[in-house]
Design a protein around this ligand. Structure first.
Ligand SMILES: *[C@@H]1O[C@H](CO)[C@@H](O)[C@H](O)[C@H]1NC(C)=O
Ligand SMILES: *[C@@H]1O[C@H](CO)[C@@H](O)[C@H](O)[C@H]1NC(C)=O
Ligand SMILES: *[C@@H]1O[C@H](CO)[C@@H](O)[C@H](O)[C@H]1NC(C)=O
Ligand SMILES: *[C@@H]1O[C@H](CO)[C@@H](O)[C@H](O)[C@H]1NC(C)=O
Ligand SMILES: [Cu+2]
Length: 555
């Protein structure tokens, strides 16, 4: 076993320095968290992002005047960003991805769903019914393939969610682009992919929740293997829906406060699922706004609902960390705390109008808040150190395998505008280091998983409900291991589609050579976490290892 990183001599030297040089000790306190701006920017506006391998993120914009072009002269609207060196690989597309959605199928194929009007001059076709497929790769060879008529109806601002059977459900949206939905533009239906007879199935809930029902909040409900339930929410209302029987199982009480859906955009998250409380389903919805007024202060509340007993389920209101916010992003961190970041203190989502004279949102909220669902009401939120970059409409954020958070985007104008406006199109990328990376706790390095030492050279296949042997190296002779399986999701417009965090049981820890071996039990079934890609974090005393491992949960 290697010695602990903090040996006694280090501590005594620090003490001596403090005595000899008192000013040194009163030097600025070590920051508990921090943002780092990367040298290489995103190249295109980061409207949608999705982690596709341990070191790669696919960024999708719409067709617009980004300053990079494909060989045929058309603007790049999708690329693969390499986290190791910031290099970009352009991914040609032929349909407009403007405000689309997406998710992974259980077999690992990523699907981008829907989009908007054709852009004739740049030779992009309509994306309203498009399905775009890519099998994520690490060799720089995979590309999108498109089916322009893959869906049975137009979907702009729809939500896609991976189901327990490995298919996608694509729900709602509008039939054309619009600043606010209406009866004339609404698409109150859903459909599945794949499906033998593609068709749009009526979903009246999206009529009832007009006009604020775009990018509906959809979460797969944890439960036994044969359960077929979703939590669906729009505007101020939610319900439990059986996607197999096409039936509303339970209507939930309305959530007090503002509307939570586009353009009064809030965000929603299925809180971490833990075996010790039988994967208790809890949804947290935060932020939004009451009125479509750029000056109106954003919503300062969150609602949490425990869905383990549907007859008793009701919202518990909380204060949104003292920072009213519209367009927040919610990222479940590697330790199971949830980070809320990005967004504005005033206004709504949407493009500024009249040549950028009229902003839709102002007063960017630069301070992220950390939410701990394990703490009592009133003590769950904590403010962290602020960023310097406003992230308004079309901003994104996701956890990455090294435990940091990748943050990009903000394009509040209808086209790319780099100067002369209060909030220009933002190409800078930030990496945020959560407080757990400042604890100086020894971090595990995963050496092998399920007998394979080919870590992060491609997904390692694992099965539900099975123990998986994991070996780690760590400089700590009294480690305390926990584990979590994370699906980062498809992220756009404050909607973290299919994001999931599941605590895994760790058994049979034994010390071996330079490290430890343990069994990590995979989640019981596809309703706890859908099949497809997942990242396994091994934590030591709450601090994630150097990198999570890319797994593939088999159907
Ligand atoms: C996954 O399933 C989809 C739909 O059936 C199919 O198009 C795709 O090729 C499959 N991907 C893999 C990697 O098998
Ligand atoms: C699901 O499985 C459980 C236990 O195996 C059974 O009790 C229940 O009736 C099943 N439900 C459905 C809808 O098939
Ligand atoms: C934001 O909203 C607050 C609260 O409603 C208001 O006092 C303030 O003037 C607004 N600020 C801007 C920049 O619109
Ligand atoms: C591993 O741990 C589990 C749960 O504590 C126990 O039931 C099982 O017997 C252990 N297996 C081995 C090989 O020690
Ligand atoms: Cu949009």
């Amino acid at each position: 076993m290697k010695p602990s990183r903090f040996s006694i001599p280090t501590v005594s030297i620090l003490f001596l320095l403090t005595v000899l040089f008192p000013n040194v000790s009163s030097a600025p306190k070590k920051k508990s968290s921090n943002y780092k701006i990367l040298k290489e920017n995103s190249g295109i506006a980061a409207m949608h992002i999705v982690v596709t391998s341990p070191t790669k993120i696919i960024i999708i914009d719409k067709v617009q005047n980004n300053p990079i072009f494909l060989k045929d002269g058309s603007p790049v609207s999708s690329l693969e960003y390499d986290l190791t060196d910031g290099s970009k690989r352009f991914l040609p597309l032929h349909s407009n991805t403007f405000c689309s959605s997406g998710g992974f199928l259980g077999n690992g194929t990523l699907v981008s769903t829907g989009g908007a009007e054709p852009v004739p001059d740049d030779k992009f076709k309509s994306g309203f019914t498009s399905l775009r497929f890519i099998d994520p790769c690490q060799d720089g060879k995979c590309e999108w393939s498109e089916n322009l008529n893959g869906m049975s109806s137009h979907r702009w601002y729809s939500t896609s969610t991976t189901l327990s059977d490995g298919r996608l459900i694509i729900l709602g949206g509008s039939i054309k682009s619009t600043s606010v939905n209406s009866e004339a533009t609404n698409n109150p239906t859903y459909e599945f992919f794949p499906r033998d007879d593609p068709k749009s199935i009526p979903f009246p809930f999206l009529v009832e929740t007009l006009p604020f029902n775009l990018y509906p909040m959809v979460h797969l409900m944890p439960g036994p293997k044969n359960q077929t339930l979703l939590f669906v929410f729009a505007n101020k209302d939610g319900m439990i829906f059986d996607w197999n029987k096409n039936k509303i199982v339970k209507r939930l009480p309305s959530l007090k406060g503002s509307s939570r859906s586009y353009p009064l955009t809030g965000t929603s998250v299925m809180l971490p699922l833990r075996p010790e409380n039988n994967y208790k389903p809890q949804i947290l919805i935060c932020g939004g706004n009451e009125k479509m007024d750029p000056k109106n202060g954003a919503e300062n509340s969150c609602g949490k609902i425990d869905l383990s007993d549907l007859d008793k389920a009701d919202w518990e209101l909380d204060n949104f960390g003292g920072l009213p916010r519209v367009m927040p992003d919610c990222v479940i961190l590697a330790d199971g705390k949830t980070l809320f970041l990005n967004g504005a203190g005033n206004g709504t989502a949407g493009y500024s109008s009249s040549n950028n004279k009229h902003l839709k949102a102002d007063n960017p909220v630069l301070t992220p808040v950390l939410y701990d669902d394990q703490k009592p009401l009133g003590k769950r939120f904590k403010k962290l150190d602020p960023s310097t970059i406003p992230r308004l409409y079309h901003s994104v954020a996701t956890l990455i395998p090294d435990g940091r958070v990748f943050i990009a985007g903000s394009s509040p104008q209808a086209t790319v505008v780099l100067k002369g406006v209060k909030f220009p199109t933002e190409y800078r990328i930030e990496l945020f280091s959560p407080p757990y990376l400042s604890l100086n706790q020894a971090r595990a390095t995963i050496k092998s998983v399920a007998g394979s030492s080919k870590i992060n050279q491609g997904p390692i296949e694992v099965n539900y409900d099975n123990p998986v042997e994991v070996s780690v190296d760590i400089s700590d002779n009294k480690p305390k291991f926990t584990a979590a399986l994370v699906h980062y999701g498809f992220i756009t417009h404050s909607t973290h589609m299919s994001q999931r965090y599941v605590v895994c049981i760790v058994q049979n820890v034994t010390s071996k050579d330079n490290g430890y071996t343990m069994n990590v039990v995979m989640p019981p079934n596809g309703n706890i976490i859908a099949p497809g890609p997942g990242y396994l974090y091994i934590l030591n005393k709450g601090v994630p290892g150097e990198s999570a491992v890319h797994l593939h949960l088999k159907l």
